[in-house]
Design a binder for this molecule. Structure first.
Ligand code: TTP
Length: 411
């Protein structure tokens, strides 16, 4: 069976991390999001088709033309936007009556979601199938209404109600393309696969569902990266030291340390923590749980890092505090630069996402810093603030507003 992976989106809500790359190539726990998707689909499929568009070369360069010996074909989405338009772009690769998976490329899920869907689809002889999960509050999701074991309809963002969410993992047959042809453009100007499914149901097609109970996240906003990072480190990390740990460093498992990395004396690391290859850690730093540090990073003297993602080739070299933060690739923090991650009133941290202030629901959230950023000495970054890629922040600046990409900010 083929798996179609939708990876053409712009990932605007994940700016500045998607300033120069599609979101599916962003790494969580040092592995690209789309690699987890491929891994978790792998047991059930023999071929992958990836729908790309925004900065497509970065996906193609990352994955190449096969995954574990199974071919990958890339198809570019046309002018039309939306998930239905993305699915339609693979039409010529699907035979008549062929069944295939369609999966959003920006998800984290366990293989059980796919296994369960396939099982229900075959057992119930469905025309299409969809994975759902029960949530207390569906305001961020599409609500899947069910009746007598079948899907009755999907309502986008129904508000603060309890019910089944659409997880973005489907099985279709080739007739889905006929329904996409009849799908109308939505209010937000996109062709949505959920509208296509509603058309199928109206036409009497049997759309079955699998109620998945495992961990799932759609990675839309920056703090979703932290949530998934925490889950992966908590549930998958193995204690493995491939680098060198000097005498006088303390490592509390599970901690994964890559080849060529040196952890100098006085460093204190409490797992789960993952550190990539060729990093310089310490002396005398403090790395706390749920931290992922990429390859070629430097975490230096008197630096504390907690519940954060630091991507490849980035440095927090002297006297820094990095808490509940995400730092992109090739970024450098100056000596004394501090991220604040908690409001004095202990309220939840709000973040501007696509021009609108959104409540992250987190009491602790630090900075979201893009790629190739240079932050000067003694910079203070307020909770939930973003710094755009390729920007320079001069010494002593207080970052209390979001900073766009490619700018120089001085006091
Ligand atoms: P979304 O998360 O809805 O869209 P996006 O990735 O563009 O993100 P943002 O809203 O932040 O700009 O997309 C869900 C999935 O579908 C995701 O894996 C990307 C994919 N997709 C496409 O392949 N083509 C499209 O035209 C759209 C809108 C999404």
């Amino acid at each position: 069976m083929k798996a179609i992976i939708l990876a053409a989106g712009k990932g605007e809500r994940l700016r500045p991390l998607t300033d120069d790359r599609p979101k599916v190539v962003l790494k969580i726990a040092n592995k690209p999001i789309i690699s987890y998707v491929l891994e978790n689909l792998d047991p059930f499929v023999d071929e992958f088709i990836i729908v790309v568009k925004y900065m497509k070369e970065k996906v193609i360069d990352l994955l190449g033309d096969e995954f574990r010996g199974k071919p990958i074909t890339y198809v570019e989405q046309g002018e039309e936007e939306g998930t239905a338009a993305a699915v339609y772009s693979v039409k010529e690769f699907i035979e008549s009556n062929e069944e295939f998976f369609v999966v959003n490329g920006d998800l984290y899920f366990e293989p059980d979601a796919v296994k369960g869907l396939l099982h229900v689809f075959k057992k119930e002889k469905g025309d299409a199938g969809i994975v759902v999960k029960e949530f207390e509050n569906l305001s961020q999701y599409g609500m899947v209404e069910v009746e007598n074991g079948k899907v009755k309809g999907i309502i986008e963002k129904p508000g603060n109600v309890k019910g089944y969410a659409n997880l973005g993992i489907y099985i279709f047959k080739s007739d889905v393309f006929d329904y996409i042809e009849n799908t109308e453009i939505s209010e937000r100007g996109e062709y949505e696969i959920t509208d296509t499914i509603n058309l199928m149901i109206k036409d009497g097609k049997s759309v079955v569902y699998y109620n998945y109970e495992g961990f799932w996240s759609d990675i839309g906003r920056p703090w979703d990266l932290l949530e998934v990072n925490e889950y992966i480190l908590k549930t998958k990390l193995k204690h493995e030291i491939r680098g060198v740990v000097e005498e006088g460093a303390t490592i509390i498992p599970p901690v994964e340390i890559g080849e060529g990395t040196i952890v100098r004396a006085g460093s204190y690391i409490i797992g789960p923590v993952k550190i990539g290859k060729n990093c310089r850690i310490g002396p005398n730093c403090y790395i706390r749980p749920y931290t992922s540090i990429g390859d070629n990073c430097h975490i230096g003297n008197a630096v504390e890092v907690k519940n954060s993602i630091i991507m490849d080739n980035s440095n927090a070299p002297h006297l820094n505090y990095v808490g509940d933060s995400i730092i992109g690739e090739n970024t450098n923090l100056g000596a004394g630069t501090i991220t604040a991650n908690l409001r004095h009133d202990k309220g939840t941290i709000k973040v501007e996402v696509k021009g609108k202030l959104e409540d992250s629901g987190r009491r602790k959230l630090g900075a979201i810093i893009g790629h190739n950023v240079k932050v000067g000495i003694n910079v203070t970054i307020y909770p939930g603030r973003k710094i755009g890629s390729n920007s320079f922040i001069g010494p002593g600046v207080i970052v209390d507003k979001n900073i766009p990409q490619n700018v120089l900010v001085t006091v």
